[in-house]
Design a protein around this ligand. Structure first.
Ligand SMILES: Nc1ncnc2c1ncn2[C@@H]1O[C@H](COP(=O)(O)OP(=O)(O)O)[C@@H](O)[C@H]1O
Ligand SMILES: [Mg+2]
Length: 304
């Protein structure tokens, strides 16, 4: 459904844009219908940049992102773009920033109606809104007509997911949507994502939290400095991590105490060992991930 091939993003930074920052480098992975793929990495590893490229908020510097077989860079014009967003939607970390404080929170649904469902009758639309709210575990009577400040972060987050559902989307990009929620709401939102997956949605679940990635996903993609270091079935990647970085990170499973920085520091001390791709003649940092099994690949050990 969603296929990323050799996707890179370079930003120009510094005074006069004189320096290049390689935020994402040669990333490959796919998301299938009914699959949750977690994109896991420390802060600054390029996760949101990937999410934004998938949502066409920024363009890739190189590589291709295809949705249902079509390169999304080729979507031209309002009609094609609008159609894309009726299939692919994003939900982000800070739900408050997505609402205008001076309007009732459910205005976000009216905006969807104006753009996508102008011909639908008021009664029918109301029924669809109530259905979407119920799906995300909200009581329509409790949230409709409320202002953002009258609702909790978890409720606002679920309103945004309900908005995405009104569009009958096929894919959801969820960027750190759990991070700002309190513990009790976290489980509800995670379960909701499970329900969406059961309905056949593909979900790209972006997180810096290894345990969340492990909890929810079928496939894990672990990023380090913009590169995929490990990609595979979550069970394989977590139970038999192949990259020295991932091994360090997961060294303390199930507590998952090792921080990203600790893993980096240990690798700097101990060396990373021989990289299978480089051993086979690949150029450090430039050969792609090496397949270890059908559904498990490891990135370069010696990438700069
Ligand atoms: N608009 C931008 N201009 C310049 N650098 C950026 C921009 N957006 C992100 N970056 C840089 O790209 C890298 C990856 O950022 P990001 O994708 O937000 O990481 P993550 O979501 O994993 O924390 C970081 O070094 C960040 O500072
Ligand atoms: Mg981010």
């Amino acid at each position: 459904m969603l296929d990323l091939r050799q996707v890179s993003k370079t930003y120009r930074v510094g005074a006069f844009g004189g320096r290049r920052l390689h935020a994402v480098r040669g990333v490959d992975f796919s998301v299938r219908p009914g699959e949750v793929v977690s994109l896991i990495g420390e802060s600054g590893s390029g996760k949101s940049t990937i999410g934004k490229m998938v949502l066409r908020l920024i363009s890739a510097s190189s590589g291709t992102i295809a949705f249902e077989g079509a390169d999304i860079a080729g979507l031209r014009g309002h009609a094609r773009t609008k159609e894309y967003y009726s299939r692919v939607q994003g939900v982000f970390q800070d739900p408050f920033s997505c609402f205008n404080p001076i309007f009732p929170a459910d205005r976000v649904f009216e905006l969807v109606r104006a753009e996508y469902a102008g011909a639908v009758s008021q009664a029918h639309w109301r029924a669809r809104v109530e259905d979407a709210l119920t799906t995300v575990g909200l009581d329509p009577a409790q949230v409709l007509g409320k202002f953002p400040h009258q609702l909790s972060g978890g409720q606002l987050q679920r309103l945004l997911i309900a908005r995405a559902l009104l569009l009958d989307i096929r894919m959801l990009v969820a960027d750190e949507i759990i991070s700002m929620l309190d513990a009790s709401t976290r489980i509800d939102v995670l379960n909701l994502l499970g329900d969406l997956k059961a309905r056949g949605l593909g979900i790209l679940f972006i997180t810096h939290d290894l345990s969340l990635g492990n909890y929810i996903s079928d496939t894990a993609v672990i990023l380090r400095r913009g590169r995929v270091v490990e990609r595979g079935a979550t069970s394989a990647a977590f139970s038999a991590p192949a990259h020295p970085y991932t091994r360090r990170l997961l060294a303390s499973v199930p507590q998952l105490h090792t921080s990203w920085q600790q893993a980096d520091a240990r690798l700097a001390q101990e060396g990373e060992g021989e990289c299978p791709g480089c051993a086979a003649g690949g150029r450090p940092g430039e050969h792609g991930p090496v397949d270890l099994a059908d559904d498990h690949a490891v990135g370069c050990y010696t990438a700069a």
